[in-house]
Design a protein around this ligand. Sequence first.
Ligand code: NAD
Length: 270
Amino acid sequence: MAKLDRYKISPRMVGRTALVTGGASGIGRATVERLAYEGANVVIADLQTALAQELRVELKVQGCEHISVASCDVSDEEQIVAAVELTKRTYGGLDILVNVAGVSSPSRQTATEMDLQEFRRVLSVNLEGSFLFIRQALPLMIDKRFGRIVNVTSTAAVMTSDRTTPAYSSSKAAIAGLTRQLVYAYSRFGITSNSVCPGHIKTPLSLRLGEESLRARERTIPVGRIGDPEDVAAAIAFLSSDEASFITGQMLVIDGGQTTVINYGESHGE
Ligand SMILES: NC(=O)c1ccc[n+]([C@@H]2O[C@H](COP(=O)([O-])OP(=O)(O)OC[C@H]3O[C@@H](n4cnc5c(N)ncnc54)[C@H](O)[C@@H]3O)[C@@H](O)[C@H]2O)c1
């Protein structure tokens, strides 16, 4: 457990089963590690099956036995049904659904530059994938009279920058709306629905920006650093736990304070 010992926490998810989409890399990977370390059975649903299998083996070596991999494209409903079936068959149900899988557009595109096909591609992974997984997971959670849904949105849902595109911003704002909408119908079954809203986090997705660009972004973050995937995973784990039963419909911003300041520039701390 050496690597995961950094969490210094006691297992609170023993007996729970979680499914994490996009669990092979970045924020999803850190979430898988965290939930597994806390004792949950975890199904990793990702396109990158080989990477997910590597993580499964790594976790097994560290003592986390109950990890499974579902090869799954979240824009394909049949594959989503199969991933949830696998979870049910292997672990007898599903308690925690974490929708992390997401894509952005390759270049900075304005509304007039973006074609409809690209707009739909991003929405189909980010928004429809989350919706379809939620739809499959809810009956299993209703059966258990317990459920935790955590969706990963982005500060792009509430602010814009040179990096966001119409498709990405729309998809992330819609995920926050979807998260809240579930509260009305499903709270009475013990199911909570929350979203986490990361700012700049160090992952393969954001490292594509390049070192110089990341340093510039760092200067706009009051806490003075880019976030780690583990910063987001810790919040997801809390919202997935039994302790968070009275928190639902919320969006938790995890951005080092970036969205709380205007024109912070290079002078933070003064
Ligand atoms: N990194 C950041 O700064 C940041 C900030 C805000 C929000 N987010 C959001 O966090 C989530 C994770 O991003 P990340 O930075 O960890 O990225 P990442 O690229 O490291 O991980 C994304 C994972 O999603 C998987 N994925 C992509 N499309 C998929 C599909 N169609 N079906 C199944 N799996 C698919 C990828 O294989 C990958 O494992 C995304 O939703 C992203 O929008 C990231």
